[in-house]
Design a protein around this ligand. Structure first.
Ligand code: G3P
Ligand code: MG
Length: 354
């Protein structure tokens, strides 16, 4: 449907409530749409007994691609037009750090993609684990770079100088690691370094740069019948092994994404803009109720409930049974409503409102 101008209020739009969706385990699993998700989008787009359109956004902890690419994938999977104006992924909030740091290490994702995403966010000097291995193959004894990795990696020593001239000011794990062993080694090397200086060792192990993960999901729902290990598992390993190699010092890393309340606040701002540009609603006011539909109690439900506590508007958590949460078990964080699929979630929210 064509967007309405901010001046013209869309007459059939729900102005007091909206939906926000988690993606993996709710709408998509292993790259394929969950069938009820396609139907749920139709209901939101007006195919409901009231003929109303309900504004919605997407809030995933996943990432590893440009937001525009993720939106193209989702558009194809859900048979709708998804705009970057209604989409937040795990690394989206990292863009706000682009001016804070000079040289950063970006970890995770396919090929060079996350370097490109980080540069598009405005990060000025992005190095990757591949660059470090290319400069010193002894960094990761069991990792041989492929020809294309060698070709695409930067030459860190091109202008002369030594590895220890390079200072990593922060580490950002943008997406899931494709090689946990070498990424772990390199992150731990940097965490133990003298202020982020490559190939140095701190005496006290207390001067490494900050390490940011784009989310903290230990588990997520992909194509396999059982849940898979996610970035939160790598985060735990980094912190635990750091303690072992540093004589018991603690490493405190940071995580963006759900369940952080700041991520839900970011989502509120996006939803307000989206309601204004797409539906002609006033940008100054968020909807009275946001229904958040997720599959992971530890991130989706915990975060929505925490946001509900903090916000003056209502955030209503709905847990589905198509992903991480296993039917019949007691969810660690209790949703306001437990349903089978995202279609039931959408119908529940609309019925509660109308
Ligand atoms: O890596 C992605 C995964 O951990 C969660 O994605 O869409 O369920 O937030 P999502
Ligand atoms: Mg999920």
């Amino acid at each position: 449907t064509a967007p309405v101008t901010p001046a013209g209020l869309d007459p059939d739009v729900a102005d007091n409530f909206a939906f926000a969706f988690d993606i993996d385990g709710v709408l998509v699993r292993g790259g394929k749409p969950i069938p009820e998700a396609i139907e749920a989008m139709k209901v939101l787009n007006g195919e409901n007994p009231f003929g109303i359109k309900v504004p919605y956004i997407f809030l995933t902890n996943g990432g590893g691609k440009f937001e525009t690419e993720r939106c193209r994938d989702l558009s194809r999977q859900l048979e709708i037009d998804v705009s970057p104006g209604q989409f937040i992924c795990g690394h989206t909030p990292m863009r706000e750090f682009a001016n804070k740091y000079g040289t950063v290490l970006v970890v995770g994702g396919e090929g060079e993609k996350c370097r490109e995403v980080a540069e598009s966010y405005g990060f000025r000097d992005v190095i990757t684990p591949g660059d470090i291995i290319k400069a010193n193959a002894a960094t990761a004894p069991f990792r041989a770079l492929t020809e294309s990795e060698i070709k695409n990696s930067r030459d860190l020593l091109a202008r002369g100088g030594k590895m220890s001239d390079i200072v990593v000011e922060a580490v950002f794990v943008f997406a899931d690691s494709r090689d946990w062993a070498s990424d772990l080694q390199i992150m731990l090397d940097i965490a133990q370094s003298k202020g982020g200086r490559l190939e140095t060792r701190s005496e006290n192990f207390d001067e490494g740069p900050p390490i940011y993960f784009s989310h903290n999901d230990v588990l997520w729902s992909a194509a396999h019948e059982h849940v898979r290990l996610g970035m939160g598992a790598l985060r735990k390993i980094v912190e635990t092994v750091f303690e072992d190699v540093s004589g018991g010092r603690k490493l405190k890393t940071h995580a963006f994404g759900k369940p952080q309340v700041s991520t839900f606040e970011f989502a509120t701002r996006l939803l307000q803009q989206w309601r204004a540009t797409q539906h002609g609603l006033a940008e100054s006011e968020p909807p009275e109720t946001v229904y958040f539909v997720g599959d992971t109690p530890e991130s989706d439900i915990k975060g929505t409930n925490a946001m509900n506590e903090k916000s003056k508007n209502e955030w209503y958590s709905i847990l589905v049974k198509t992903g991480v949460y296993q039917a019949g078990t007691e969810p660690k964080h209790k949703p306001r409503k437990l349903v089978d699929t995202v279609l039931d979630a959408v119908n529940h929210g609309i019925r509660r409102e109308m």
